[in-house]
Design a protein around this ligand. Structure first.
Ligand code: MN
Length: 750
C-alpha cells in the first residue's frame, strides 16, 4: 500500500461512530429486554476501546464492522440483545488483547460461549485440512448448542462480502468461494432467503465480474419498461384485493442477479427471452386463523383475471418447505399483445417475515408448526451425528463435505406402525429408517414392510410411507450396505460395526507381517517401515495395511518384492541430491518474491517467464489462455496448475484448499500460444464450414488444431480447437465468426 499521509478528521469519525451506534440502538429497541441496553452499551465501549487503533482494509475505523454486523443481526435476521452484544464483540478475542475470561466475567457464560464459537482457531493444520475447514468444524460444534453462533457468523460474512471491494483479488476469490460453497447453502438451510440471495449475488460479482456487470446493466436498461409492465399487471389484482376487503401490499421486483445468471446458463437463452425475470408478491395482513382461506381466495381472484399454468402451482402453505418457507405460488399469463408468464407469490405478513428472516422469525411465531420444527431438529441432529462420528481419521474437509451434503437436501416424512413421525433425508431407504429407530434394529435388519408390502433393505422411502422393520439375530452389517444408505447416522453406525469386526484381522495381519519381515532380516516393524509399506501397497493407513494382510488380500510373498525394490530405490536416491517437494505455499511465495524483486505482483507466478524456475502447467480442465483471469494451485504430485477463475473446479479448490492458492499473472512481453476450444452452432447452410475455415486460417492466420462437426435436424454444431496467442486474439476471431451468415452462437468451452 502506498504510504501517504491522509488527514483523518478524528472528531468527524467519532461523530459517525456514535451515529451508527445510535441507529443500532433504535432498530434494536423493540427486541430488547430490561437490562439489555446497559449491557449493549458496555459491549460497545469494550469493543470500541479494544479496536481503537485498528482500521479495516478500506481505511475506515474497525469498529464500523462490529456495529454493522450487529445491525444486520437486528434488522435482517431479527435477533435480540444477547446476539447484539456478541456481534459487537465478535472479533475482540481473535484480534485484540481481550480474553474470553474477561468477557465471561462481564457478560456471563452464554455470551462467552457464543464468542468462543465465533473466534477462529489459529495455528498449523494437518496436511489435507485447511484452516477454513477447522474453523467451520469448531463453529458447528457450538452451533448444536446455540444456533445464534451461526446466525451471527452469517451476518459477519455478509458484511465482509458487502465490503469485499477493498481486498486484494486473490482474497476476494478465496472469500467468495468459501461463501458460495458453505455460507450461502447454510443461509438457505436456515431459511434466510434474503441473505442467501445477496451472498450469491456478491459471490458472482467477484468471481465473474463481467457477467455480473452485464446482467446488472441489462436489468437497469429494462427497468422503466419492466416497471410499466408490472404496474399494468397488478392493477386488476390490486382492485380485486380491495373488493375482497384485504389489507395488503403488492411488491413486484426482479429476481436476484444470480438466479438470472443461473437461468441464462441452464436454458442457454439470451437475456430478453427469460420470461420470468420478476415475481409479483401479494402480502396479506390477516389473522393467523384466516391465513389459508385468504391466500386461496386471492389465488382464485388472480386466476379469474389471468390464465394460470397448471404445472406451476406450488402450495407451500399446506406443506411448508423444510426450512420453514410458506407461500402459494402460481405462474400466470399476462394479458396484452405479447403475453408473458409472471410468477405470483401469495402469502401473509407472517409468512413473508419467515421467508425473509428464516428461523429467527419462525421462533417469534413458534408453537404452531411442529412439522417445521421437526425438520429443523432433524437437520441439527444430522449435524451432531456427523460431528460425533468424526474422529481423527476424518479430515475436517471430509466433515465439511458431509455437513454440506445435508444443506440442500429436502426431507421426507414417514411413520412407524404406531404413527410416530420420523423425518429422514430425501433418498433415505428402509435401512436408514431402521438405523433411525435404533442402532440394533438397523444392524439386525433383514427387510421391511412398507405400507404392509415386503420390500428389500435398499427400498427408497417416500413421504407418507409407514414402515415396519424385520430383524434377525443372525444378521450383521456388511460393507455393501454403505452403497445404499443415505443418512449420516446409518453410514457411521455401519462403519463402526465394520471397524470393530476388522480389528481382529488387523491384529492377525500385523503378527504375520512382523514374522515374515524377521525372516527377511528386518527385525523391527518401525513406524518408518510401516509407512514405507503403506505407500508401496497404496493403502490408506497402517490398520488398513495389516487388515489386508490379515484377510489375505495381500500375499506375504509380496514383502520380498518390496524389500528388493526398496534397496534398488535407496541406491538410486543416494546418487541423486534430494529435492524438496513444492508443496509449501508460504515458501513458494517467498521464492517468487526473491525471483521478482520489487516488480509489481512480485508474489505472483509470472506465466511465461517463470517456466524454467517453477514447475507449473496450465490446467486441462479449463485450458486458460493469456488474458484470462487465473490463479495458481499447488497440487500434491503434479506441481502447480494454472486454472481459470471461471473453471468449474475453482470454487472447490479455492474454498477447500485456499492455503494452496497462489496469485498468477500473465507475462506481457512474452509471445505464447495456447489451444482454445470453441463450440459453434448455426443453421446448416451450404458453405458455412468453408466460411469458418477461410476466416480462421486465411484471414486471421489462426491454426486450426482440430475440427469436428455434427448436423442434426438442420442445426450445425462444430467443435474447433485453435491455436491463439491470447484472449484478445481469440475475441477478435470470435467477433469475425459471429458475423458469418447463419451463425447462431459461439461458446468457449471451459
Ligand atoms: Mn468479523
Amino acid at each position: 500500500m502506498p504510504v501517504e499521509a491522509i488527514a483523518i478528521d478524528l472528531q468527524q469519525e467519532r461523530k459517525e461512530i456514535l451515529k451508527r451506534y445510535r441507529k443500532l440502538l433504535s432498530s434494536a429497541k423493540p427486541y430488547l429486554q430490561e437490562n439489555d441496553s446497559k449491557l449493549i452499551k458496555q459491549a460497545f465501549m469494550m469493543s470500541m476501546d479494544a479496536h481503537k487503533d485498528m482500521r479495516r482494509k478500506s481505511g475506515e475505523p474497525y469498529i464500523y464492522h462490529p456495529i454493522a454486523v450487529a445491525q444486520i443481526c437486528v434488522e435482517e435476521i431479527g435477533l435480540g440483545g444477547t446476539s447484539i452484544i456478541c456481534a459487537l464483540l465478535h472479533d475482540v478475542v481473535e484480534d485484540t488483547e481481550i480474553t474470553l475470561e474477561q468477557i465471561e466475567e462481564k457478560f456471563g457464560k452464554k455470551v462467552a460461549k457464543i464468542i468462543d464459537g465465533l473466534t477462529k482457531i489459529s495455528g498449523v493444520f494437518e496436511h489435507g485440512s485447511s484452516q477454513q475447514a477447522e474453523n467451520f468444524r469448531k463453529m458447528l460444534l457450538t452451533l448444536s448448542d446455540d444456533i445464534r453462533v451461526i446466525l451471527i457468523k452469517l451476518a459477519d460474512r455478509l458484511h465482509n462480502m458487502r465490503t469485499l471491494g477493498s481486498m486484494a483479488r486473490d482474497k476476494q476469490l478465496k472469500i467468495s468461494s468459501e461463501t458460495f460453497y458453505l455460507y450461502a447453502p447454510l443461509a438457505h438451510r436456515l431459511g434466510l432467503h434474503a441473505i442467501k440471495s445477496e451472498l450469491e449475488d456478491l459471490c458472482l460479482k467477484y468471481t465473474e465480474p463481467e457477467v455480473y456487470k452485464d446482467i446488472a446493466k441489462k436489468l437497469k436498461e429494462t427497468k422503466t419498461s419492466r416497471e410499466k409492465f408490472i404496474q399494468n399487471f397488478i392493477k386488476p389484482i390490486d382492485k380485486g384485493l380491495q373488493d375482497l376487503g384485504f389489507k395488503h401490499l403488492i411488491k413486484g421486483r426482479p429476481k436476484s442477479i444470480y438466479s438470472i445468471y443461473n437461468k441464462l446458463k441452464k436454458n442457454n437463452v439470451p437475456f430478453d427471452e427469460i420470461y420470468d425475470l420478476f415475481a409479483v408478491r401479494v402480502i396479506l395482513d390477516v389473522p393467523k386463523e384466516q391465513e389459508k382461506g385468504a391466500c386461496w381466495a386471492v389465488y382464485s381472484m388472480v386466476t379469474d383475471h389471468y390464465k394460470p399454468n397448471p404445472e406451476r402451482l406450488k402450495d407451500w402453505i399446506s406443506t411448508p418447505k423444510s426450512n420453514g418457507y410458506e407461500s402459494l405460488h402460481t405462474t400466470v399469463m399476462s394479458s396484452g399483445k405479447k403475453g408473458r408468464w409472471v410468477e405470483v407469490q401469495i402469502r401473509t405478513t407472517r409468512m413473508d417475515e419467515i421467508a425473509e428472516k428464516g428461523f429467527a422469525a419462525h421462533w417469534k411465531y413458534k408453537g404452531n408448526d411442529t412439522r417445521t420444527n421437526k425438520a429443523f431438529e432433524s437437520w441439527l441432529s444430522q449435524v451432531r451425528e456427523a460431528l460425533d462420528s468424526s474422529d481423527k481419521t476424518t479430515s475436517a474437509v471430509e466433515l465439511v463435505d458431509s455437513i454440506r451434503s445435508t444443506l440442500y437436501n429436502d426431507e421426507i416424512f414417514v411413520y412407524t406402525p404406531k404413527g410416530k413421525l420420523i423425518v429422514l433425508k430425501d433418498g433415505a431407504t428402509a435401512l436408514d429408517f431402521a438405523f433411525e429407530i435404533h442402532t440394533e434394529v438397523g444392524a439386525r435388519c433383514i427387510g421391511a414392510k412398507v405400507n404392509n408390502r415386503l420390500v428389500p433393505l435398499g427400498y427408497k422411502l417416500k413421504t407418507g410411507d409407514m414402515i415396519e422393520c424385520m430383524t434377525s439375530n443372525k444378521q450383521k452389517p456388511s460393507e455393501d450396505w454403505l452403497n445404499f444408505v443415505a443418512t449420516t447416522k446409518a453410514k457411521s453406525r455401519i462403519k463402526d460395526y465394520i471397524k470393530e469386526a476388522n480389528k481382529q484381522h488387523i491384529v492377525i495381519g500385523r503378527d504375520m507381517v512382523e514374522h515374515r519381515l524377521k525372516i527377511l532380516g528386518i527385525n523391527l516393524l518401525s513406524l518408518e517401515v510401516t509407512n514405507q509399506l503403506r505407500a508401496y501397497f497404496n493403502v490408506k493407513d497402517a490398520n488398513d495395511l495389516f487388515y489386508r494382510f490379515g484377510k489375505g488380500y495381500i500375499q506375504l510373498d509380496e514383502l520380498k518384492k518390496w524389500k528388493l525394490d526398496r534397496e534398488a530405490h535407496e541406491r538410486k536416491q543416494a546418487a541423486k541430491t534430494i529435492q524438496e517437494p513444492l508443496t509449501n505455499t508460504k515458501n513458494l511465495v517467498k521464492e517468487l518474491k526473491k525471483l521478482h524483486g520489487d516488480r509489481k505482483d512480485a508474489d505472483a507466478i509470472l506465466i511465461g517467464e517463470d517456466m524454467d524456475k517453477l514447475d507449473y502447467t496450465l490446467a486441462k480442465c479449463c485450458n486458460p489462455i493469456a488474458g484470462d483471469d487465473v490463479f495458481g494451485f499447488v497440487t500434491i504430485n503434479e506441481g502447480i496448475k494454472i486454472h481459470r477463475t471461471s473453471c468449474s473446479n475453482a470454487p472447490e479448490l479455492l474454498s477447500r484448499h485456499g492455503d494452496r492458492v497462489l496469485k498468477a499473472v500473465w507475462a506481457s512481453k512474452v509471445q505464447m500460444s495456447f489451444t482454445a476450444h470453441l463450440i459453434v452452432r448455426g443453421t446448416d447452410r451450404m458453405g458455412l464450414m468453408n466460411d469458418i475455415t477461410r476466416i480462421t486460417s486465411q484471414e486471421l492466420q489462426v491454426n486450426i488444431q482440430n475440427l469436428s462437426i455434427e448436423v442434426r435436424e438442420g442445426i450445425f454444431e462444430g467443435k474447433i480447437a485453435l491455436i491463439v496467442n491470447n484472449t484478445e486474439h481469440l475475441d477478435q476471431l470470435i467477433q469475425k465468426l459471429e458475423a458469418v451468415n447463419g451463425m447462431v452462437e459461439i461458446i468457449r468451452e471451459s
